[in-house]
Design a protein around this ligand. Structure first.
Ligand SMILES: [Zn+2]
Length: 166
């Protein structure tokens, strides 16, 4: 009798061709494995399928904390590895705003890493420049997420795409 493995892995689909104007929200802010405050990736999520006999395969998502990016949360808040505590100090979501110019530049690097892991092609220098410029501009510096990071990501992806076509 053939033995069947209780689990099998499911290949993750790379996200390369989404809408640039919603890329920051869709790929960074809405990713539950990314810190809401500083945008570091705190967990790796692997979707596997669990064989449950008669019922066939059930998809199950496993979260593995990234050791260098996370630290243990208070015991009362431990939820089997699902607690998203981050080295920036945020536990279980929430964010601190406004942030300094320097911090915004650091968070831009975190955003670049997250998008890079998702195989999003973009011009990273455009993203860095745009974050700096928007953070210096009094009319856009106040709302970092929607007025600084989101448009910087959009522009960087659009520039990246144009470079590919050239
Ligand atoms: Zn964080």
């Amino acid at each position: 009798m053939a033995t069947r493995s209780p689990y099998r892995t499911v290949d993750e689909q790379p996200t390369t061709d989404g809408d640039p104007s919603t890329a920051f929200v869709d790929l960074v802010q809405r990713d539950p494995t990314v810190c809401e405050n500083c945008f570091q990736k705190t967990h790796d999520a692997t979707v596997i399928e669990r064989y449950s006999g008669l019922w066939g395969w059930d998809p199950v998502e496993w979260w593995t904390p990234r050791p260098t990016r996370t630290h243990a949360a208070h015991a009362a808040r431990m939820t089997y590895g699902l607690t998203t505590s981050c080295t920036c100090g945020q536990v279980d979501g929430g964010k601190r705003r406004p942030i300094s110019f320097r911090t915004a530049c650091e968070y831009a690097e975190n955003i670049i890493s997250v998008l890079d892991e998702k195989n999003v092609s973009m011009d990273v220098d455009v993203l860095r420049d745009e974050v700096r410029e928007r953070k210096r501009d009094p009319s856009t510096q106040g709302r970092e997420d929607s007025d600084v990071f989101a448009p910087a990501v959009e522009l960087a992806i659009m520039r990246g795409r144009n470079d590919r076509l050239r």
